[in-house]
Design a protein around this ligand. Structure first.
Ligand SMILES: NC(=O)c1ccc[n+]([C@@H]2O[C@H](COP(=O)([O-])OP(=O)(O)OC[C@H]3O[C@@H](n4cnc5c(N)ncnc54)[C@H](OP(=O)(O)O)[C@@H]3O)[C@@H](O)[C@H]2O)c1
Length: 423
């Protein structure tokens, strides 16, 4: 049995989860993989904080002290860009392997960090950065390495999925569903990263880089959050035979990449339609293997620690980990995907209001497959027109919605959701 030492940067939800997991499964890990894992130092901000079960003599507030000490692997679970980026760079420069759960960091400067690691002949493990405990990074980089990946469709943010499930099933308002998610500890420290889609966008950027082997810079994913959704959208979706999920979609269309994160309608028999609460799921389609779905806990201390630990063990056993493609090509062209769509237009009760909207859609050659409206006489803020439309391009839908949003009968911002079929 060889001993491998770990410098742990951060001891919050994930860091503590890792300390506990290593303690609990130490002999199992040694038996299975021939490595005895020891934590040499733990970097924190506040030495006085209560951290039950963590050996206080390992704590330090000095980054240099944490990374020195002859550690073999540096685990970064601080989060954010600063000081995480500097600490990861220092660890790589010191010739240490790095394991990180930090998707924001990888989305911001992953290619630069991977280039640096390659120059220093060390590796970066990032299984925990996407899908919490679900081993999807490893699936893409080794299990499915012989496949051309055609499609990724994922529920990658547990907070959004929790909120959408509670709004649909219990009729909760957006605010109360978010408070519940925060109370249960699913939400990021800044919940805007979850509900505005940024976090899922970072994760899709990482997955798509691996799956499609293309250069993906900041801003390569079109991102939309879930704030605009209303109870009425859930009722309309249910009535029409759909559920609403916050999806991350990646498709390789030859020249162009279709990369987007947004709420969407899924038919009730779609493989991701039954993913509820804080769970994550990722559907991958490979040219040889066909479709497969990974489903499990996408956040939380123990599941995320499970992914961090898998990278530590791989590095200890083989000195290898997955590699993100370093940009060496032109960034992929963005796609303009075509799909059926759902629209909700909040309107006043005025004669001809439905006709106005239908005409504006028709002017953009968007053809309607179903329409319904609720117009409440005397209550200006309670009317809406809901429309299902046949397939049209995203750019055309956006133009039509912008135009309709300017009509004087509108009382709020329209909602437009694509319908994601599974083919
Ligand atoms: N939580 C999850 O379920 C989850 C899932 C997947 C990925 N991740 C990712 O994992 C990372 C860690 O998340 P987390 O939820 O464990 O965060 P967290 O609970 O906020 O813990 C962060 C830790 O980093 C330490 N820290 C923060 N700033 C520091 C600084 N300037 N110097 C030294 N230490 C500092 C904190 O010290 P103190 O304890 O002294 O404050 C704390 O121990 C993030 O990148 C996150 O996106 C989290």
């Amino acid at each position: 049995v060889k001993t491998r030492t770990i410098a742990l940067l951060g001891c919050g939800t994930v860091g503590r989860g890792l300390v506990e997991l290593i303690e609990r499964n130490r002999s199992l890990i040694a038996e299975r993989s021939g490595v005895d894992l020891r934590i040499s130092k733990i970097l924190v901000r506040d030495l006085a904080k209560e951290r039950g079960g963590v050996d206080r003599s390992l704590l330090t507030v000095c980054p240099e002290e944490a990374v020195a000490n002859g550690a073999d692997v540096v685990v970064e679970v601080i989060g954010g860009l600063d000081p995480a980026r500097r600490l990861v760079e220092d660890a790589l420069d010191a010739g240490k392997h790095v394991v990180t759960a930090n998707k924001a960091l990888l989305a911001d400067c992953g290619p630069e960090l991977f280039r640096r690691a390659a120059e220093r002949r060390v590796r970066i493990g990032f299984e925990a950065s996407v899908g919490g405990g679900i081993p999807v990074v490893r699936a893409l980089s080794s299990g499915l390495a012989g496949n051309r990946i055609e499609r990724i469709c994922g529920i990658l943010n547990g907070t959004c999925n929790y909120i959408l499930t509670r709004m649909a099933e219990e009729g909760l308002s957006f605010e109360s569903a978010l408070s519940e998610a925060q109370a249960k500890g699913f939400a990021e420290a800044d919940p805007a990263l979850d509900i505005d889609g940024t976090d899922a966008g970072h994760k899709l950027q990482i997955l798509a880089g691996l799956a499609f082997g293309r250069s993906l810079g900041r801003g390569s994913v079109r991102v939309e959050g879930i704030r605009a959704l209303d109870r009425e959208d859930f009722e309309a979706a249910a009535y029409l035979g759909f559920v609403i999920r916050h999806l991350a979609v990646g498709r390789d269309l030859g020249g162009a990449l279709d990369l987007r994160v947004h709420p969407a309608l899924l038919p009730k028999d779609h493989p991701l339609a039954h993913i509820r609460h804080e769970n994550n799921a990722i559907l991958l389609k490979g040219d040889a293997v066909g479709e497969m779905v990974f489903h499990g806990r996408g956040a939380g201390g123990a599941p995320t620690a499970s992914a961090v630990l898998s990278d530590i063990i791989d590095l200890a056993r083989h000195g290898t980990g997955p590699a993100l493609r370093i940009p060496d090509s032109e960034p992929a062209e963005p796609a303009d995907p075509e799909s059926e769509r759902y629209f909700r237009f909040p309107v006043i009760d005025a004669p001809g209001v439905i006709g106005l909207i239908a005409t504006a859609l028709g002017n953009h050659r968007i053809s309607i497959s179903h329409a319904s409206a609720t117009l409440v006489s005397g209550k200006a803020d309670q009317g809406s027109v809901r429309i299902l439309a046949h397939a049209c391009r995203a750019s055309v839908a956006r133009k039509a919605v912008d135009e309709i949003a300017r009509l004087p009968v509108l009382t709020g911002r329209p909602v437009a959701l694509s319908i994601e079929s599974n083919d």
